[in-house]
Write a protein that binds this ligand. Structure first.
Ligand code: GLA
Length: 765
C-alpha cells in the first residue's frame, strides 16, 4: 500500500545496479563519429523510424520510448537500446558483436540479438529452428536489406547459404510507444522443411541483475492471479500447450527492478502475445547475466511443414516501456488496446449494460421464461439481453446438443423470433450464446461427421465437459462453422454472440493430411478461427462478439482484434472478483472486462453480500447482471435501477479512463480501492472495499493519483459514507496529498464516490 505523499527510497543494491545500467547506457551512447551521415531528427511527438547508414543503426522513437538495434560486422541484428526516450540529438554507436567467453560461449551467445536462429553453436533460446529433408538443422541468419514505411520497419534476413528468408516486421505505436513485432519465414528452397520453433521476437533488456518478473497464473474460476519472482540465471517459461490461450498462464509479462514498490513510478518493460493458440514466452537470464524475453508459437509438439514457395508468419509480440511503474504499464496497455487493438479502434463503442440468463435459468431456457426475464431486465435499465446456453437442439444439459445450432422445437416452437422481437421492443439489443468449435458425441453433427474432431485413429477421444473439439484446421469444418453462424445471423436479428469454448485440446491428430503435416493444426486451427470471426464481422458489421472460454481462458491480444469484450471468469462471487479483476487489469482494459451482478449467496463460495457491494464490485468493469430476477424484491429492483443509472453516468470514465490501483486486494489485504480518472480528466471515480474490520482500526486514508494538482474538484458520494470532515470541494493537491477518509467498518462493506473537476476559473493559484 502506498502512503500519502511518500515515495520509496532505493537500497544500496539498487543504487549499485542503477550505476551499472548507467555505465552500460554510457557505453552504448558513444558520440557519433564526425563522418556519420546526418539523419533527420525524430519529432518530439508521433512516431519516427530512422536508419543511419553510416553506423547501420535503426532507431525507433514514439511517445516515451526509444528502441534501437544495429547490424554488426557479422551481419547479425544486435539489440542496442530499449527504454525511455532519448534526446533527438543522441546517437547510438555502431553495433559490434561482443567477444565470446572462453571456448564455451561463442559470440553468437554473448551478443544480444533481435532474432536468432538455431545454428553455429547457439545455446540461448532461439527464435527459429528448422529441420531440412537432408537432415541439416543448421541455420544462420544475416541481414540483407530493410524498408521503412511510415511507422513500420521491415528487415529481411537470409541464411548464409540456403534460400530461407525471414522478414522481421516492427511497428511502433505513435500514442504509446508500444512496439509490435513479428517474423515471416519464407521457403524459397527446392523442397519442404519443418519449422520446429518459431518465435516472433526476442526483447533484450539492459544488462542488470535486479530484475523482477510479474506474470499471470490461474485456473478455472481462479483466473488472473498476479505472480512475481526475481529473475535469476536460468529460464522461466510461461506457456500454454492446450491449443488455446489458457488461464493457467496468460501471454503477458512485465519486468521491473526489485525494490520498486511504488506502483506508479519506476521503469517497467512489459509485453503480450497476440495469439489464441498454444503459445510460449521465455524469460531467460543467461550465463553472462543478460536478460532476454522471447515468444511466439509454443514449440512443444510443434512442427510446421512449410512447402516450397510457402511462408509462415508468427503471431505478433507487442512490448512497451514506461517509467510510470507497473500501474503505468497497465495504463499504456489499456490505451493501446482501445486505440489500436479492439474492433472499431481507436473509438470502440462503450459496453452496454447486459443481462445474461445463465446463472438464472441454466439450460432451462424457453420463450416465456426468457421474455419474463427480459421484461424485468429492461425495467432496471439493462441495454442488452443475452440468452445463454440451452436454446438449441437437444441441449437440456451439457451431455448433448453442441453442434446442432437450430432452436429447440420444444423450447422455441416459433423459433427465436418472438423472443428477439420482444427484446428489441423493450429497447434492448439481443445476444445469443454459441460454442461453435465444439461438438457433443450425442449430437446429430457428430453422428454424421465423427471424423470432424481432433483425434488420433484407433485411440481414445478424451472428452471435457462431455464434448470434443472440432478440427477447425480442416477447410470443410471451417466453412461449415462459418456457414452455420452466418445462416443463424441471416435468419435472426442477433446483435451479439457470446462465443464460448469450454475445454482444451486433447489427442490433437489430423489424420486426413499426411503425417508430416498433421502438426500444422496448431497454426491452421487458430488462423481459421480468426478468419471466421473476421468474415462474420465483415458480413454483419453491427455484430458484437464476446470471447468466453469457461471463464477467462481465451483472453489475449489476438482474439481481442475480433471481439468487443471478454468474460474474465465464471467465478462471479463479488469479493473473489476483486482479486480476479485486479489481475485482469494488469494486462487488459477494464473496458472489455464483463462483470455480472449475480445472486447472493454466490454459488462459488456460498458467501452473502449486499446488492450494493455486488454492484460496486461489477461497476469497476463493463457492468452486467446475471442474477435470477424472478427472485428479486421490489427493493432489489429499486437498488439495481439506481445503481445502473449511476453506472451509466461513470461508464466512460471506467471503460476509457486511467486506472490507479490505490490498494490491492492481494496478500491478505483487508481493503482494496481503485481509482479511474476519465479520459479528459473531468471525472474521477473511486471504489473502496473493506473485506473485514477488526480491533477498531479505521479504513486507511486514500490518496488519489493522476489529478491536476492545481484544479478544483467537487466530491459526491455514490454509495456509502465519507468522513464527516471531508471538504465538498478541494484542489487536486489536497485529494492527492492530504487524501480522503472513507467511513467503512464491518465486513464486506463498500463505498464509491466521484470527483468532478471544476471548470478553469476556479483553478487554485
Ligand atoms: C461457460 C461460460 C458460462 C456459461 C456456460 C454455459 O461455462 O463461461 O458463462 O455460458 O458456459 O454452458
Amino acid at each position: 500500500m502506498q502512503l500519502c505523499g511518500s515515495r520509496p527510497g532505493k537500497s544500496i543494491y539498487q543504487w549499485a545496479s542503477t550505476f551499472m545500467v548507467a555505465a552500460w547506457c554510457a557505453l552504448a551512447l558513444l558520440p557519433r563519429p564526425a563522418f556519420a551521415a546526418q539523419a533527420p531528427e525524430p519529432p518530439s511527438a508521433g512516431a519516427a523510424i530512422r536508419y543511419d547508414s553510416a553506423t547501420r543503426v535503426f532507431r525507433l522513437d514514439a511517445a516515451g520510448v526509444t528502441y534501437a538495434f544495429g547490424v554488426n560486422e557479422a551481419g547479425e541484428l544486435q539489440s542496442l537500446y530499449w527504454g525511455a526516450r532519448l534526446a533527438a540529438g543522441d546517437s547510438l554507436a555502431a553495433a559490434h558483436s561482443r567477444p565470446g567467453w572462453a571456448s564455451f560461449e561463442p559470440p553468437v551467445d554473448t551478443t544480444p540479438q533481435e532474432f536468432v536462429a538455431w545454428g553455429g553453436g547457439l545455446y540461448v533460446e532461439p527464435d527459429l529452428k528448422l529441420t531440412f529433408p537432408d537432415g541439416n538443422r543448421d541455420l544462420v541468419l544475416r541481414y540483407v536489406s530493410h524498408r521503412i514505411d511510415g511507422n513500420r520497419l521491415f528487415v529481411t534476413m537470409k541464411d548464409i547459404s540456403l534460400e530461407v528468408w525471414v522478414t522481421l516486421e516492427y511497428q511502433i505505436d505513435p500514442e504509446t510507444g508500444v512496439l509490435r513485432r513479428s517474423a515471416t519465414i519464407e521457403n524459397r528452397t527446392a523442397g519442404p522443411f519443418t519449422i520446429e520453433q518459431a518465435f516472433a521476437a526476442t526483447w533484450n533488456l539492459p544488462r542488470g541483475t535486479d530484475y523482477r518478473l510479474r506474470y499471470l497464473a490461474g485456473r478455472w474460476a481462479g483466473e488472473w492471479q498476479v505472480q512475481q519472482q526475481p529473475v535469476h540465471p536460468g529460464k522461466t517459461v510461461l506457456e500454454s500447450r492446450r491449443g488455446t490461450t489458457g488461464a493457467q498462464n496468460n501471454p503477458w509479462f512485465a519486468i521491473d527492478r526489485e525494490g520498486e514498490n511504488d506502483p506508479d513510478h519506476g521503469g517497467v518493460w512489459f509485453g503480450a502475445l497476440g495469439w489464441s493458440g498454444s503459445w510460449e514466452i521465455t524469460v531467460e537470464q543467461d550465463q553472462m547475466r543478460d536478460v532476454r524475453v522471447s515468444g511466439g508459437f509454443n514449440n512443444f509438439d510443434f512442427g510446421y511443414l512449410l512447402q516450397k514457395g510457402q511462408s509462415l508468419r508468427t503471431p505478433d509480440f507487442y512490448a512497451g516501456y514506461t517509467q510510470d511503474g507497473i500501474g503505468g504499464a497497465s495504463r499504456l496497455l489499456h490505451q493501446f488496446e482501445i486505440g489500436s487493438i479492439l474492433p472499431h479502434a481507436p473509438t470502440p463503442p462503450l459496453r452496454p449494460v447486459l443481462y445474461d440468463s445463465w446463472e438464472a435459468t441454466g439450460f432451462g431456457v424457453d420463450e416465456a421464461g426468457q421474455i419474463a426475464l427480459a421484461e424485468k431486465a429492461a425495467s432496471i435499465g439493462v441495454e442488452r439481453f443475452v440468452m445463454d446456453d440451452g436454446w438449441f437442439g437437444e441441449r437440456n444439459n451439457d451431455h448433448a446438443g453442441l453442434g446442432d445450432w437450430y432452436p429447440s422445437p420444444q423450447k422455441f416452437p416459433h423459433g427465436l423470433r418472438p423472443l428477439i422481437d420482444k427484446v428489441h421492443a423493450l429497447g434492448m439489443s439481443f445476444g445469443l450464446w454459441v460454442e461453435p468449435e465444439m461438438v457433443n458425441p450425442d449430437s446429430e453433427l457428430y453422428r454424421e461427421h465423427p471424423d470432424w474432431v481432433l483425434y488420433f485413429p484407433n485411440r481414445p477421444r478424451s472428452e471435457g465437459r462431455n464434448q470434443l473439439v472440432l478440427n477447425l484446421a480442416r477447410p470443410d469444418v471451417r466453412d461449415w462453422v462459418f456457414n452455420t453462424l452466418n445462416n443463424l445471423l441471416n435468419q435472426n436479428a442477433i446483435d451479439f454472440l457470446k462465443w464460448d469454448y469450454n475445454r482444451n485440446w486433447s489427442e490433437p491428430g489430423w489424420p486426413q493430411v499426411p503425417p508430416d503435416q498433421e502438426k500444422n493444426v496448431y497454426v491452421d486451427f487458430i488462423r481459421n478461427y480468426y478468419s471466421i470471426l473476421a468474415e462474420l464481422r465483415e458480413k454483419h458489421p453491427k455484430l458484437e462478439i464476446e470471447s468466453c472460454s469457461g471463464g477467462g481462458s481465451r483472453v489475449d491480444l489476438g482474439v481481442m482484434r475480433y471481439t468487443d469484450e471478454v468474460w474474465p471468469s465464471d467465478n462471479t462471487d463479488a469479493y473473489d472478483r476483486l482479486l480476479i479483476q485486479n489481475g485482469f487489469t494488469y494486462a487488459y482494459t477494464p473496458g472489455v472486462m464483463m462483470a455480472w451482478v449475480t445472486d447472493s449467496p454466490s454459488w462459488a463460495n456460498h458467501r452473502s453480500l449486499s446488492l450494493e457491494y455486488r454492484f460496486l464490485s461489477s461497476m469497476q468493469g463493463a457492468l452486467g447482471v446475471g442474477a435470477n430476477l424472478n427472485r428479486w424484491t421490489p427493493e432489489d429492483f429499486a437498488t439495481a435501477k439506481k445503481m445502473i443509472a449511476q453506472y451509466k453516468s461513470i461508464r466512460e470514465t471506467v471503460q476509457r479512463g486511467r486506472l490507479y490501483r490505490l490498494i490491492q486486494p492481494t496478500e491478505g489485504s483487508e481493503q482494496s480501492a481503485t481509482e479511474y480518472v476519465g479520459p479528459d480528466g473531468r471525472q474521477t471515480v473511486v471504489f473502496a472495499f473493506l473485506h473485514s474490520s477488526s480491533e477498531l482500526y479505521p479504513y486507511p486514508r486514500l490518496c488519489l493519483r493522476g489529478l491536476d494538482r492545481n484544479a478544483m474538484y467537487r466530491v459526491s458520494v455514490m454509495d456509502g459514507r465519507l468522513d464527516a470532515g471531508t471538504p465538498r470541494e478541494a484542489s487536486g493537491a489536497w485529494w492527492m496529498n492530504h487524501g480522503i477518509d472513507v467511513d467503512l467498518s464491518g465486513d464486506f462493506q463498500a463505498a464509491a464516490f466521484t470527483l468532478e473537476r471544476e471548470t478553469a476559473p476556479s483553478r487554485v493559484p
